[in-house]
Design a protein around this ligand. Structure first.
Ligand code: BYC
Length: 337
């Protein structure tokens, strides 16, 4: 359903060129810029500007937080899945999201930030995570719609990150995208099944689509003109496609899927624009988006509360794992002596 292609009209390389620094003035910066200009990879041992490091820690840790907070809305449905098959699929999916969080925290750690620091920033409310996970999952159809639309939006955003200039992040994203593809398909397949069911089941799907559609469009971030981090992120080859261009790609890919499914996307302004070769769509409620990003969405407090509680309840597991590792190390040293 989604391709690896990233070509956009009028944006052949997907990133703006960096300004070359003279070798004599700052050889380290010149080497870094040359690597970025040549579309090379920056690795943990390479020199990098402080702001490049900071930007990556911000984005990768926010991404990791989104994965583990993203386990919660769907996790709520594991005990209520309608069949053993759906329960097994949902458990696997939620477990995958936990795994994505772990790859991403590990990628961020290669930049010199500890896992404890990142988790503390999440728990104190200082760090952001995706707005989308602050909305409730009211029915079983929400689980299918999250797979179809939320994971669909995530793939659209994350495929370009497989070519991010920072090696560990780019490599983590390859596996994440493969797993997100499975997530998207299982969601869509679950909705296809519901749409073949009773009128009540079809209404439940339509209701879930109505509640999630606009939130998914906002998930790509503010419009390009109001996105303070985009220009630098694109110049450094961290972001490859802008927020608005990704949003447009998502709308264009999703409309035919909605038609096949038999649901209506809740936007009277959604129509094909022959001149642009894209679908036009209506206005996104950015006020509501910022309210949610800033901690005042419908479920922000509940989500953070659940995370903090899980962290506190899991303290004994972390302590036991550390004690076990310490014992193993001591045993290995004894045997080596
Ligand atoms: N929610 O200048 P901008 C998943 C913030 S997990 C909250 O455009 P940037 C999944 C942004 O951080 C999906 N905040 O920023 C998991 C910035 O604030 P700060 C998560 C948002 O970084 C489980 C400010 O707004 N995906 O798919 O250039 C189950 C200005 O924005 C949001 C990722 O994290 C938002 N939606 O671009 C199912 C992908 N949007 O940091 C699915 C990696 C923007 O300056 N991240 N903000 O205080 C990215 O690609 C980019 O960071 C973003 C934002 C496109 C999100």
């Amino acid at each position: 359903m989604y391709t690896q292609a990233m070509d956009l009209p009028g944006q052949p390389e997907g990133k703006a060129p960096t300004i070359a620094h003279s070798l004599e003035a700052d050889p380290k910066l010149a080497r870094f810029d040359a690597a970025i200009d040549a579309d090379g990879r920056i690795e943990p041992q390479d020199w990098m500007p402080d702001n490049y490091r900071k930007t990556l820690v911000r984005q990768i840790s926010q991404h990791a937080h989104s994965e583990i907070v993203g386990m919660l809305p769907e996790g709520n449905w594991i005990s209520r899945a309608p069949s053993l098959k759906r329960k097994a699929i949902l458990i696997a999916k939620v477990q995958d999201e936990g795994g994505h969080g772990l790859y991403l925290y590990s990628a961020a750690e290669t930049l010199g930030t500890s896992r404890d620091e990142m988790i503390a920033a999440l728990h104190s409310g200082k760090a952001k995570y995706s707005s989308i996970f602050n909305y409730p999952t009211l029915s079983w159809a929400d689980v299918g719609v999250i797979g179809w639309l939320v994971d669909g939006a995530a793939i659209m955003n994350q495929i370009p990150l497989c070519r991010c200039s920072y090696g560990p992040y780019a490599r983590a994203m390859v596996r994440v995208c493969k797993e997100e593809s499975f997530h998207q398909r299982q969601g869509y397949e679950s909705l296809l099944t519901l749409m073949k069911g009773t009128p009540e089941q079809r209404d439940m799907v339509q209701d879930a689509v109505n509640r999630w559609w606009w939130k998914c469009l906002a998930m790509f971030g503010p419009p390009d003109a109001d996105s303070p981090n985009s220009a630098q992120g694109m110049r450094w080859g961290i972001k490859r496609i802008s927020n608005d261009d990704l949003r447009q790609k998502f709308v264009d890919a999703t409309v035919p899927q909605a038609q096949l499914l038999g649901v209506t996307l809740p936007d009277p302004d959604l129509k094909w624009n022959e001149t642009r070769g894209h679908y036009d769509y209506g206005a996104i409620d950015w006020k509501e988006f910022w309210q949610t990003v800033n901690g005042n969405g419908p479920c922000n407090r509940e989500r953070l509360g659940t995370r903090v509680h899980a962290w506190e309840q899991g303290a004994w597991v972390r302590e036991a794992a550390q004690a076990h590792a310490q014992k193993q190390r001591q045993r290995a040293m004894k045997e080596a002596a």
